[in-house]
Design a protein around this ligand. Structure first.
Ligand code: FES
Ligand code: FES
Length: 372
């Protein structure tokens, strides 16, 4: 008999106020106190479990963020399989790898002010716990309001621990990584980075960051304008900041830094994207083109030339973004009428109101007969 498994899950029992240490058994609790089923955390044994206190709402964009972050994390370890896709199926995440799919139960909406949070010693805080199939805590992350997860801690937690000896304490020394445990821990790290409030990777909101954050970094390779740049970046750094501050390409402009003005538009794999809303660490394996990559030596790109010829700017601050958007718009053929052009360029604002000239420049580039 397993006394922990069979103990009644009485949420009125004395509550733990200390966080369980890595290596200790996680306290039990009823998963849904409003349900008659009375299912407890211990009932999930047999599979690793991820617990998230106070996650943000599930947003499909998180799947992409988590997959990118997961792949960035496993890139630091020798045996990591590449995650090709991630789906949320009710209380599970289904992780797609080349040869298989792995499902991991995720308790993603635990109340940070509820009894489970009290039992786990994280009352009022945002936290992620990873339990192994035996219900033992293998990894945890707790953040205070506004504090982001430390990537260095996550990466360190993913390193295989030394095999325990008779004299050592396995619980204190970490865990010997097997493939399943590794997947779960890496996923937990990705969740901590992508889902926890205060973490950076919210597609709909600009990441919270200083221009060049200090502290924990990840190795990131960016292909920009055909050249590979090997960087060590904080996972919170946006592509815009990496381009401007780390690579030194300042042509992409920071207008609003909130995805509203289009001044930071670049091409990622041939599509116009707002670099202020894209995390640099997510762009490994993509081809990025900035305004600096359009011209061929001294020969301006036809759209650049048209903006010059038709005075498609005054102060010029919005112009790199305008040109990058115009190029993809013409390539995609959405420039058949003035209305279509205005609509297609509506995400690029111009404080100088040079819109009539911008329209004329786009039409001239369209009609130039030159390949854009
Ligand atoms: S700086 Fe990116 S949209 Fe304004
Ligand atoms: S030319 Fe000045 S903001 Fe557009």
């Amino acid at each position: 008999m397993n006394p922990q498994k069979d103990a009644p899950a009485n949420h009125h029992a004395p509550l733990a106020t200390e966080m369980p240490n890595v290596g200790s058994t996680a306290p039990n609790f009823i998963l849904d106190e409003s349900s008659d089923a009375g299912e407890t955390l211990h009932d999930l044994r047999g599979k690793p479990v991820i617990m998230v206190f106070s996650a943000t709402d599930w947003n499909p964009a998180h799947a992409e963020q988590m997959a990118h972050l997961y792949n960035a994390l496993v890139a630091t370890t020798p045996d990591g399989d590449k995650l090709t896709g991630i789906r949320r199926k009710e209380n599970e995440y289904a992780l797609g790898f080349d040869a298989e799919e792995v499902t991991i139960p995720v308790l993603h909406d635990l109340d940070r002010n509820g009894s489970a949070a009290e039992r786990f010693g994280v009352l009022g805080r945002k936290a992620v716990f990873v339990l192994d199939a035996e219900g033992v805590v293998r990894w945890s992350h707790v953040s205070s309001e506004g504090e982001s997860p430390r990537v260095a801690d996550i990466v360190a937690a993913l390193q295989p621990a030394p095999v325990a000896t008779a004299a050592s304490n396995t619980a204190a020394n970490g865990w010997q990584t097997n493939r399943r445990d590794f997947i779960v821990a890496a996923l937990a790290g990705a969740i901590a980075l992508a889902v926890l409030p205060g973490a950076p990777a919210e597609a709909q909101n600009p990441p919270a960051k200083p221009a060049v954050p200090s502290g924990a970094t990840l190795p990131v390779q960016l292909n920009v304008n055909g050249k590979t740049h090997k960087l060590n970046l904080d996972s919170r750094v946006t592509l815009l900041d990496a381009l401007r501050e780390n690579i030194g390409l300042t042509g992409s402009k920071k207008g609003c830094d909130h995805g509203q003005c289009g001044a930071c538009t670049v091409h990622i794999d041939g599509e116009s994207r707002l670099s202020c809303l894209s995390l640099a660490a997510q762009q490994e394996g993509t081809k990025i083109v900035t305004i600096e990559g359009l011209a061929k030596g001294d020969d301006l790109h036809p759209v650049q030339q048209a903006f010059l010829d038709y005075d498609g700017y005054q102060c010029g601050y919005c112009t790199p973004g305008q040109i990058m958007s115009a190029v993809t718009l013409i390539r995609e053929g959405h420039v058949k009428s003035d209305r279509e052009i205005r609509e297609g360029m509506s995400g690029n604002l111009c404080r100088c109101a040079a819109y009539p000239h911008i329209l004329a420049a786009v039409k001239a580039a369209r009609d130039s007969g030159k390949r854009v």
